[in-house]
Design a protein around this ligand. Structure first.
Ligand code: AMP
Length: 615
């Protein structure tokens, strides 16, 4: 997501000079903080700890107001969300004492990572919005070094807000981007050429996803010749927009032709904002209609938005599965991953944005938080699983390395200490050091720890999948059938993508089991998965119905033989709960006897199960 340096004047004469001056300032800032990375990190930690000297959490461990790294590392444990849950629940229930942070918790950011099936709640404070804006403000000056002229056109970005809830204590809980788009940092951003988007803010802030998408596409199409870059946050979101266009282009063309907006768009603020832009344009309507009705959608992005120079979407991590579709729709325009961020903290940016997606590396910006790194070793390349020490003893705690001490080529798990009250917190991401910008390391994003299946922002781990499959397979017992083995993969060959599970059964007479039983199993798996998955199915429609493919007996033995032939050790072999390697998927598919889909959407409501919802 792009954002801009603060340009306060909009006088046409001086705007070019201001842009250049501001770009130079930003690039110098990046040079300075990366050259002085260790000192910046020392200062950040000392600032966080001196501000938080009175907080209950640090007092509990006896930090006693110390602000140096050595004492901090000695006395403060490395933790996960589960360790913090009791403190977080107290805050959610209305305890306003300084439990984690001396500044008031302004809201909770609901992470796409889950705990007990519900989104994790990340406390945040007002000033963090400024830190997020700072990271956004670095992106376009970096980009402009590689592609000049971006300040002369518009960005067509599909950005959305999601529903929010209130905790029992009255704090708002919502995703980090919803919080950002609703903040004055975004809504009242100063006029400048890098935040010139085709979508009026009212279309982004509309909670109804159909109206929001429709109106953003309408404005993007109407201003097609001004668009120089297009994007969304994640690749999956951008592809969803193109798919929406495939379905609704004739309605959109009608609106462009007549200069009116379809009656399904009922939000008055959206209608008003769009009508300020839209005028009847039959020529453009003919053009869009001709392109969209050609049959092939290959290169549709460059056909409809001919000046587009790149697609700004995250295609690292699990999003890499969407690269072929993006290449197809754009005739292989550059795919640009600009930043790496999370609800806990915004981490870093890509200083070489035109690089190949497989080479993307993020430079962590040393003043965003205090960063530490836990070395991890890669266990099994075939299944992609990672091994790392689980319970850290005192010695291991000291082995977490500082930002400037990581080693080239080594994998690490990221641990952060933030201004908002997380201390030595496992983010859950595995990163590999790919190089250095001055003293600051650059990292390839390798994977999210433990995640086996993901289509959009859902992250299903092995334990969740195991429980969901167990709940479903229990239904087979009454038919004297049982599940022998299973594995899964995220099938994104069609949009929306879906979870596919391969099941091998032990069964007396398979003809006694009606298809409806397996369909029920699909549904039970979905009902048992976490709330981010169910939201993707129900609300965002970004995930399609789950599929179970029953495979012939002996298939999983063949899978094991295959793994052994590739060098796995027979003593250590375990059935992978997710498969990504194409020959394995081919093998499984070649043994499918029958397949079934979930017949309906699982249940989902905004907010944690026990809270009332706001929207
Ligand atoms: P959330 O807390 O829901 O905002 O999700 C944050 C997580 O999304 C991170 O911890 C990563 O696992 C993932 N993520 C964010 N940015 C990137 C990126 N540029 N590449 C790959 N994964 C990312």
């Amino acid at each position: 997501m792009p954002e801009a340096p603060k340009i306060l004047s909009d006088s046409a004469d001086c705007i070019d000079d201001i842009v250049v001056e501001n770009n130079n300032k930003v690039l110098k800032f990046i040079e300075d903080v990366t050259a002085d990375a260790d000192e910046v990190q020392r200062r950040v930690l000392s600032e966080i700890l001196s501000r938080s000297a009175n907080v209950e959490y640090l007092q509990r461990y006896g930090l006693n107001g110390c602000t140096d790294r050595e004492t901090f590392k000695k006395v403060i444990p490395v933790v996960t969300y589960e360790d913090l849950k009791p403190d977080i629940e107290r805050i959610a229930n209305g305890d306003t004492s300084p439990i984690l942070c001396s500044q008031p918790i302004s809201e909770f950011l609901t992470s796409s990572g889950t705990s007990a099936g519900e989104r994790k709640l990340m406390p945040t404070i007002e000033e963090e919005l400024g830190r997020r804006s700072l990271l956004y403000s670095l992106l376009m000056p970096v980009m402009s070094q590689f592609l000049p002229g971006l300040d002369k056109g518009k960005g067509m970005y599909f950005l959305f807000v999601k529903s929010e809830a209130k905790t029992p204590g009255g704090l708002v809980a919502r995703p980090v981007l919803t919080s950002y788009y609703k903040s004055s940092h975004f809504k009242n951003r100063p006029n400048d050429p890098y935040t010139n988007y085709t979508s009026p803010k009212e279309t982004i802030l509309c909670l109804d996803s159909y109206q929001s998408m429709y109106s953003q596409l309408l404005c993007g199409l109407f201003q097609n010749e001004d668009v120089v870059r297009v994007g969304a946050v994640f690749a999956s979101g951008f592809i969803r927009a193109i798919q929406f266009l495939e379905k609704h282009w004739s309605l959109l063309c009608k609106d462009i032709r007549t200069g009116t907006i379809d009656s399904k768009i009922t939000d008055p603020s959206v209608r008003e904002a769009v009508m300020k832009i839209l005028k009847p344009n039959p020529k453009l309507a003919d053009f869009v209609e001709a392109e969209c009705s050609k049959g092939s959608w290959k290169g549709i992005i460059t056909r409809l938005w001919p000046e587009t120079k790149y697609i700004d979407v995250i295609v690292t991590g699990t999003m890499s599965q969407y690269i072929p579709a993006l290449d197809y729709y754009s005739n292989a325009l550059p795919l640009v991953c600009t930043m790496y961020a999370s609800s806990e903290c915004y981490f870093g940016i890509n200083l070489n944005p035109l690089c190949n997606p497989s080479e993307v590396s993020y430079t962590l910006i040393p003043n965003m938080a205090y960063f530490e790194f836990l070395p991890v070793t890669r266990k099994d390349e075939l299944t992609g699983s990672i091994s790392e020490p689980t319970a850290l003893n005192d010695k291991e705690k000291q082995q977490l390395v500082d930002l400037v001490d990581v080693k080239l080529g080594q994998d690490y798990e990221l641990v952060v200490t933030t201004y908002a009250g997380l201390y030595r917190y496992h983010v859950g991401d595995i990163l590999r050091v790919s190089g250095f910008k001055n003293k600051a390391p650059q990292f390839n994003f390798i994977c999210r720890k433990n995640v086996v299946l993901s289509i959009d922002s859902d992250k299903t781990d092995e334990v969740e999948l195991q429980n969901a499959v167990k709940n479903a397979a229990n239904q087979l017992l009454q038919y004297e059938a049982s599940l022998v083995e299973y594995t899964g993969y995220a099938d994104t060959s069609a949009i929306p993508g879906r979870y596919v599970l391969f099941w091998e059964l032990s069964v007396k007479d398979s003809t006694l089991i009606a298809p409806a039983v397996f369909e029920d199993c699909c549904f039970t798996v979905e009902e048992s998965l976490n709330s981010v998955y169910r939201q993707g199915r129900v609300c965002d429609k970004s995930i399609g119905p789950l599929e179970i493919r029953v495979v012939e007996n002996g298939t999983f033995n063949m899978l094991m033989d295959f793994a052994l032939s590739q060098g796995s050790s027979i003593n250590q072999y375990k059935t992978p709960r997710c498969v990504k390697y194409a020959p394995i998927i081919e093998l499984l598919n070649s043994r499918v006897i029958s397949s079934y889909f979930s017949p309906k959407c699982p249940r989902w409501t905004a907010g944690h199960k026990q809270w009332c919802t706001q929207n």
